[in-house]
Design a protein around this ligand. Sequence first.
Ligand code: FE2
Ligand code: FE2
Length: 283
Amino acid sequence: MDRPKKAGIFRLLICGDVNADPGREVARRYVSLFRKTMDVDFIILNVDNAADGFGVTPAIAEECFGYGADLLTGGNHLFHHKEIIPFISTNERLLRPLNIEPAGNIESAGNGFCEIVTAGGVRLLAVHLLGRTNMSLAGSDPFDCIDRLLDGYSLGKNIDVIAVDFHAEQAAEKNAFANYLDGRVSVIVGTHTHIPTADGRVLPGGTAYQTDIGMCGDYDSVIGMEKKSCIAYFVTKASASSIKSASGTATFSGVLVDVDLETGHALSLEPIILDGVLQQQGA
Ligand SMILES: [Fe+2]
Ligand SMILES: [Fe+2]
């Protein structure tokens, strides 16, 4: 599991949606291990489903920071537990989607981006946005929103690394968004579907990209939820409230991204899938 790293490289670990107790268990195990063994500079964890499949509580957010995560992102379920509102309002390292409008809504508490200077002096901008196709939370135009934000930033000049979590359902929307940003950000990962895609790569302009980085959760399930209750939802139109999270052994799913600090562009993206049914069947 060792990954030697050359000087001038900034290494990010970005972990897919942490789903319920099994996801937190596998995230706890691997985030701290990767921090020690893989020379990772910055760790981002998506916590949209960390609290039993829906949102995150202040205690669980603190727990996730305790694993060694530097930054947490959310998604459409972020405000499921209302007690997260005062927490996100005062903690700039838990991001809500940037393109939530109008301002003043519950869902616009907190911030959608964060500029951090790391212990090594690297200037990093993290951004979180929501897609607009088939999402349970409505966002404004993510293309326009990120254009306005990036207007003040230029890779290799006034910012060293830009990392984007685009939380969206539709592959085409994610694919279009990544190509729209190619060369302007270091890495953009898709989250939300919980199914890792096999298209991880560096785009021609230098942006690392994967349509969806999967989930940290039990894959012997329907996207992390217990199979029987999910099938009933589709077959008999049973209430969504009857869906429970799955409780079996989790898979860790995420990506490791190396960024050249000279240019701010990515050199590589490596998917990491460990444990649980995905690992067993792929090994
Ligand atoms: Fe999710
Ligand atoms: Fe989501």
